[in-house]
Ligand binder design. Structure first.
Ligand SMILES: NC(=O)c1ccc[n+]([C@@H]2O[C@H](COP(=O)([O-])OP(=O)(O)OC[C@H]3O[C@@H](n4cnc5c(N)ncnc54)[C@H](O)[C@@H]3O)[C@@H](O)[C@H]2O)c1
Ligand SMILES: O=C(O)C(=O)C[C@]1(C(=O)O)C=C[C@@H](O)C=C1
Length: 369
């Protein structure tokens, strides 16, 4: 498709969408604006956008598609600002906010002016912020939720989906209320829990210097999202407070139940508690992005000597196999072998990497579970 796409808020999500749109629609022109001009300039330098707009008014007036990708309370303000502008009559305005009820309610000001607003939420992301973290494959196979109101023509929704085709996401339509209820459970509430575990640990670590050093594997897995942007999460919590207050009550009941099991030394009950959680969690779709992101990890047993990481990555580079992450599992000091964990975007890449490492070295590999 041809046209001018204006991204307001050029961070992780805005930048990633810009990359997806450019990949699919090579003739489009992507204009970016960020309240921090250095973000937009960096976006241009990284090739994420084609042009930088000096302000929202300038970028919006010639746009065919406007994507608001700022924190959700900022999004409300931007919607009202846009409603006061003279935009192209056929422009489509969408957002990427993690909440939808209040945003869609605020978009009444756009409807009054005859502009089309379709609420959107790509259900994939990261704890990282900023345009430098943008990735064109961020949304692959993830759900992309839309909340169009009844008066929105289907052809407009189809056009928006066409613009966003390069995300390779699975589009789904829900109501704004249902959206906030569902994401409250699977996204917003877990972020509160992650932050609360970290805060409790920090409090208890006072005078216990071993605590931060011991906080490894399990702690890091469950608290990764506590490193997310406080600005973004402050807005999300304020927007979805009713749903979250209810979930906190339910969580307190859950903790009371665990406390009872412990007080009773109820071995069978504790076993069943973990078994039920394991069965449900193991049944979630892990190979697809969405509920749980896909991690195509390859474990490589390597001798513990300097240069081994560049040796292995060198083999992969020669075969043009791209990696998304690499880390070394901590090993015992007396061991001469370490484990390199290399993550790939696809299962196919991981298979190629495994074959490549076998043909270039004698290192054992495993794909884990
Ligand atoms: N991070 C995620 O995992 C994720 C996933 C899906 C949706 N979202 C939603 O997408 C939106 C963007 O999140 P992100 O992760 O890209 O955050 P981010 O912090 O990486 O980017 C947001 C950008 O918006 C800019 N900004 C703030 N106020 C602005 C304003 N008034 N005008 C213009 N720019 C402004 C910030 O400077 C920043 O560069 C949020 O609404 C968030 O709820 C986030
Ligand atoms: O992977 C992460 O770090 C995320 O937190 C992504 C996540 C989520 O909760 O799943 C966060 C907020 C968004 O609105 C959508 C996705």
């Amino acid at each position: 498709m041809k046209g001018r796409v204006f991204v307001i808020g050029l961070g992780l999500i805005g930048g990633s969408l810009a990359l997806c749109i450019k990949k699919e629609h090579k003739d489009s022109i992507i204009i970016g604006y960020d309240i921090y001009p250095e973000q937009a300039r960096l976006g241009k330098m990284l090739g994420v956008i084609d042009e930088v707009a000096d302000d929202i008014v300038e970028g919006a007036k010639t746009a065919d598609l406007i994507i608001i990708s700022a924190p959700v309370i900022e999004t409300e303000t931007i919607i009202h600002l846009l409603a006061g502008q003279s935009l192209k009559p056929e422009v489509i305005i969408t957002d990427t906010g993690s909440t939808k009820r209040k945003i869609v309610a605020n978009a009444a000001s756009l409807k009054e002016k005859g502009y089309t607003f379709i609420g959107g939420h790509p259900m994939a992301g990261s704890h990282k912020s900023g345009v430098s973290a943008a990735k064109e494959f961020l949304f692959e196979n993830a759900f992309y939720l839309f909340t169009p109101e009844d008066h929105i023509e289907i052809s407009k929704v189809e056009k928006l989906k066409e613009w966003l085709k390069g995300t390779n996401a699975k589009f789904l339509t829900v109501t704004p209320d249902n959206h906030d209820y569902l994401t409250g459970i699977v996204s917003h509430f877990p972020h509160i829990i992650a932050a609360s575990i970290v805060r409790q640990t920090e409090r208890l670590a006072e005078g216990e210097s071993l605590i931060p050093r011991l906080a490894a594997g399990g702690f890091r897995d469950i608290t990764r999202i506590a490193s997310s942007s406080p600005e973004m999460w402050k807005d999300i919590l304020l927007h979805n407070r009713e749903v979250l207050i209810e979930l906190i009550d339910k969580w307190q009941e859950e903790m009371d139940w665990v406390k009872v099991l412990l007080e009773q030394e109820n071995s069978e009950g504790i076993f069943r508690y973990f078994l039920q959680a394991k069965q449900y969690r193991d049944g979630l779709p892990v190979r697809e992005k969405g509920a749980i992101p896909a991690f195509y990890d390859l474990f490589v047993d390597v001798p513990d000597y300097p240069g081994v990481v560049s040796e292995v990555t060198g083999y992969l580079a020669k075969e043009n196999i791209s990696i998304t992450n690499i880390r070394i599992l901590e090993t015992r000091e007396d061991e001469i072998y370490g484990v390199l964990v290399i993550s790939f975007q696809t299962e196919e890449d991981r298979g190629r990497a495994e074959r490549c490492i076998h043909s270039c070295s004698s290192y054992a590999t495993s794909i884990g579970t």
